[in-house]
Design a protein around this ligand. Structure first.
Ligand code: IPM
Ligand code: MG
Length: 358
C-alpha cells in the first residue's frame, strides 16, 4: 500500500478531543504496518480565524488539495457568532467542501444493536436500521447566488438566498446514490419539494431520467416534509436516500437520532477523483468542549470510511468497525449513549478501548 498523506483538521470545540482519539486509532494501525500514512495538521474554523484572521487560510486549502484524505473534527462556537458570515468558522468548512469539489456526502445511519435502548424511538422501530443518506454538498441554497441582506428604500431589511441546481449537478449526485444502491438493496428514495419549488421539480425530473441508466434500481420520490415524518415513523422502509444540500443536512440529523446519538454518525465527502474529507456529522458541541466527555466514535468511524473510500484499505476499515462494536459490547459508553447497566467513561477511555479491541 503506497504512503497516503492525511491532513488532520481538528477545528473547534470538542473537535481536538475527538480527533485525538481518531488519530490514536490511525497510529495504532500504522504502528503494526496495517496502513501506511503520514499525518499533517492544519487550522480550520474558529481556530484558524483566531490564529490567522481567516476560517480557511490559503495554506490549509493548499494542504487539503495535495492530501489524499482529510480528517476533520468540527467547527464553530458561540465565540465566533458575532462575526460576519464570511469570517465564521462554518465558512471554513464550506470553503473546503467547495474548494475541493466534494459534492457527494455519504452519511450512513446504522444502529448498533447494542444501542437499541439508547434511541428515543422504540427498539422495534429502529433495530436493524441501516440507511445511507447521500447529500449533495457543493450546491443548492448553501452556495446559490444571489445571497445577502439588503436594505429596502423603506429602511426595512430583506434577507435572501437562492436555491439553484443545474441538471448536471443533480445527475452526478443521483449517479453516486444509484451506484451505492447497486451494492445494497437497490432501492433509492429521492427527496425533494417538487410540489412547491421549481428547482426541485427539475431535481425530480433529472433523478427519474438518470435512473433509466440503472434499470435494476427502484427509484421512489418523497416530499421532504413527508420524508422527515417517515424517518421517525418507520425508518426501516429506507435504504439509500438522495437529496439536496439543505434537506440532507436536516434529514441526516434526524436520522442520526434514530441510532441513539448524533455522536455515532460518521461521514465521507467525496469529489469526482475519489479524494475525500471525513468528519463526524455532529457539530463542535461547545457546551461540553474541554471536559473529556464527548463521544469520539463518529470520528473514529469516519476514519474507517476514509480507509475504505480514499485509502483502499477495506480490511483495516472493517477492523475499526469491529473494534467499535466490541467496545459497545463491553458496555463502555460516553454520556450521550449511556443507558441502564452500562459504564460511563470519557472520550480518552473510549479511544483507548477501540485501540485495544483492534
Ligand atoms: C453538517 C453541519 C454543517 C452543514 C455546518 C457546520 C455548516 O451542520 O455538516 O451537517 O450545515 O453542512
Ligand atoms: Mg448538519
Amino acid at each position: 500500500m503506497p504512503l497516503s498523506k492525511i491532513l488532520v483538521l481538528a477545528g473547534d470545540g470538542i473537535g481536538p478531543e475527538i480527533v485525538a482519539e481518531a488519530v490514536k486509532v490511525l497510529n495504532a494501525l500504522r504502528a503494526e504496518g496495517a496502513i501506511d500514512v503520514a499525518l499533517e495538521e492544519g487550522l480550520v474554523g474558529g481556530a484558524a480565524y483566531d490564529a490567522a484572521g481567516d476560517p480557511l487560510p490559503e495554506e490549509t486549502l493548499e494542504a487539503a488539495r495535495v492530501a489524499d484524505a482529510i480528517l476533520l473534527g468540527a467547527v464553530g462556537g458561540p465565540k465566533w457568532e458575532p462575526l460576519p458570515i464570511s469570517k465564521r468558522p462554518e465558512k471554513g468548512l464550506l470553503g473546503l467542501r467547495a474548494g475541493l469539489g466534494l459534492f457527494a456526502n455519504l452519511r450512513p445511519a446504522i444502529l448498533y444493536p447494542q444501542l437499541a435502548d439508547a434511541s428515543t424511538l422504540k427498539p422495534e422501530v429502529v433495530s436493524g436500521l441501516d440507511i445511507m443518506i447521500v447529500r449533495e454538498l457543493t450546491g443548492g441554497i448553501y452556495f446559490g447566488q444571489p445571497r445577502g441582506v439588503e436594505t429596502l428604500p423603506t429602511g426595512e431589511r430583506r434577507g435572501f438566498n437562492t436555491l439553484v441546481y443545474t441538471e448536471s449537478e443533480v445527475e452526478r449526485i443521483c449517479r453516486v446514490a444509484f451506484e451505492i444502491a447497486m451494492k445494497r438493496s437497490r432501492r433509492v428514495c429521492s427527496v425533494d419539494k417538487a410540489n412547491v419549488l421549481e428547482c426541485t421539480e427539475l431535481w425530480r425530473e433529472v433523478a427519474t431520467r438518470t435512473a433509466r441508466d440503472y434499470p435494476e434500481i427502484e427509484l421512489s420520490h418523497l416530499y421532504v416534509d413527508n420524508a422527515a415524518m417517515q424517518l421517525v415513523r418507520a425508518p426501516k422502509q429506507f435504504d439509500v436516500m438522495v437529496t439536496t444540500n439543505m434537506f440532507g443536512d436536516i434529514l441526516s440529523d434526524c436520522a442520526a437520532m434514530l441510532t441513539g446519538s448524533i455522536g455515532m454518525l460518521p461521514s465521507a465527502s467525496l469529489n469526482a477523483s475519489g479524494q475525500g474529507m471525513y468528519e463526524p456529522i455532529h457539530g463542535s458541541a461547545p457546551d461540553i468542549a474541554g471536559r473529556g466527555v464527548a463521544n469520539p466514535l463518529a470520528t473514529i468511524l469516519s476514519v474507517a470510511m476514509m480507509l475504505r473510500y480514499s485509502l483502499g484499505a477495506p480490511a483495516a476499515a472493517d477492523r475499526i468497525e469491529g473494534a467499535v462494536s466490541k467496545v459497545l459490547d463491553q458496555g463502555l459508553r460516553t454520556a450521550d449513549i449511556l443507558s441502564a447497566g452500562m459504564s460511563e467513561v470519557g472520550t480518552g477511555e473510549i479511544g483507548d478501548a477501540v485501540v485495544a479491541a483492534l
